[in-house]
Design a protein around this ligand. Structure first.
Ligand code: NAD
Ligand code: MG
Length: 402
């Protein structure tokens, strides 16, 4: 039996991971489940999988969690510190599925103490990739890419060929999101509901908006650079609206290895949970008759400028990557709160990148990284305020600054 911790078990990835666990009785022993504020779902999961511990991120919800888990011997805890502490309990595999930089500290804690950490939570790789990788090297933890594109690369990536310089490039595919065929003008005034209606994938809100701006692919370029030690110029993006191919690895001999699968996260999750064995997915499978057609297009930088911003940030270095991610998290949250128009998300990120960004030491500590991340968040909020003034929604200022 593999012991398992899921950080962010109530989210889209967390629930898919538990679907895989449910399909394999006797293979996994669920130790720890964590969530931010959904007490009812966390408690139901902890009961169903007989977890040893359930942790809720919001401090004030401890009594609710205890009440929901009364008459069980499941240990309950609450607050950020409890989350980090729970993540430090050794597991055979920990699934890092919190959204955003909020997942960084628990992820590091898991990496220091677990044998394997399967990473869905891409933002910490973008903003603290070198620290995450160094921590894994020092503790001997194996990092398994769970994001579908990176999991696909992982399956087709020959480290020996990489060492000898025989991998020409990685090709990450992108569905193009809900606005792939929309005009720039129509995209600019897209509503929250339209941005959340992804054509192929069912995901959490933040990543759905990131897919609509294509910042998700931008973050994934940086994620791939970190995980596979590849420069940005060797990482290409190709629009593939059917989402059957998740990524390709091109070798110097002209071979291109592609990983195919239904657009269902339970395939990469089954891959990392079973690794190094293969276990069955309870999710959708790709049948040959699905291949009515496969299309490919180059991304359009004019309608989707996020990709260029990500390449430039990767080239510029870690502080720019931190700024890209932090500004994007704030702008997306403001859009979801209906304080910022869709068309202002990427301009806000760009403006944050255009101002001076503090330098970091060569081997920045967690505190240095988090301090720059906080500064950029404050900067992004001020830019959004100015933008809201232009759009005469200044009555929402207090909410933005809070
Ligand atoms: P989600 O919003 O559905 O779930 C997020 C989870 O994190 C929830 O369990 C929530 O309770 C928890 N959480 C949120 N804020 C938190 C905080 N401040 N402290 C502690 N816990 C917190 O998100 P998701 O779609 O499951 O995505 C999770 C991560 O995986 C993201 O980084 C995303 O980019 C990545 N990812 C998601 C998918 C997908 O298909 N959903 C695919 C690839 C990668
Ligand atoms: Mg992805």
């Amino acid at each position: 039996m593999k012991t398992l911790t899921i950080l962010g078990s109530t989210g889209s990835i967390g629930q898919c991971a538990l679907d895989v666990v449910r399909a394999h009785p006797g293979r996994f022993q669920v130790k720890i489940l964590t969530a931010h504020e959904n007490v009812a779902r966390l408690a139901a999961q902890a009961r169903e999988f007989d977890a040893s511990k359930a942790v809720i991120g919001r401090d004030g919800l401890l009594e609710d969690l205890k009440a929901a888990l009364s008459e069980t011997d499941i240990e309950c805890a609450a607050g950020e510190q409890a989350l980090i502490e729970a993540a430090s309990q050794p597991s055979d595999i920990c699934v890092a599925a919190i959204v955003g930089m909020a997942g960084l500290r628990p992820m590091l804690s898991a990496i220091r103490n677990s044998r394997c950490v399967a990473i869905a939570n891409k933002e910490p790789l973008v903003s603290a990739g070198p620290l995450v990788l160094k921590t894994a090297r020092e503790s001997g933890c194996t990092l398994l890419p769970l994001d579908s594109e990176h999991n696909a690369v992982f399956q087709g990536f020959d480290p020996r060929a990489h060492k000898s310089g025989s991998i020409n490039r990685l090709i990450l595919t992108a569905s193009g999101g809900p606005f792939r065929t929309w005009s720039l003008e129509k995209i600019s005034s897209a509503t929250v509901e339209q941005a959340l209606a992804h054509p192929n994938w069912s995901m959490g809100k933040k990543i759905s908006v990131d897919s609509a701006t294509m910042m998700n692919k931008g973050l994934e370029i940086i994620e791939a650079a970190r995980l596979f030690n590849m420069p940005g110029k060797k990482i290409d993006v190709l629009i593939h609206p059917q989402s059957f191919i998740h990524a390709m690895v091109e070798y110097s001999d002209g071979s291109i290895l592609a990983q195919l699968g239904a657009p269902d996260m339970r395939t990469p999750i089954a891959h990392v949970l079973g690794w190094p064995d293969r276990i069955a997915t309870p999710g959708r499978r790709l049948d040959l008759p699905d291949f009515v057609r496969m299309d490919f297009e180059l991304p359009d930088d004019t309608r989707f400028p996020a990709l260029r911003l990500a390449y430039d940030s990767l080239e510029a270095g870690l502080p720019a990557c931190i700024a890209l991610n932090a500004a994007n998290e704030v702008a997306v949250e403001s859009f979801l709160d209906r304080h910022l128009p869709f068309g202002s998300i990427i301009p806000c990120v760009r403006e944050c990148l255009e101002e001076d960004i503090a330098a970091l030491s060569a081997d920045p500590s967690l505190e240095e990284i988090l301090s720059l991340d906080l500064d950029i968040r404050a900067r992004a909020r001020h830019i959004i305020l100015r933008c809201s003034d232009k759009h005469s929604i200044s009555d929402k200022k207090a909410a933005i600054l809070s």
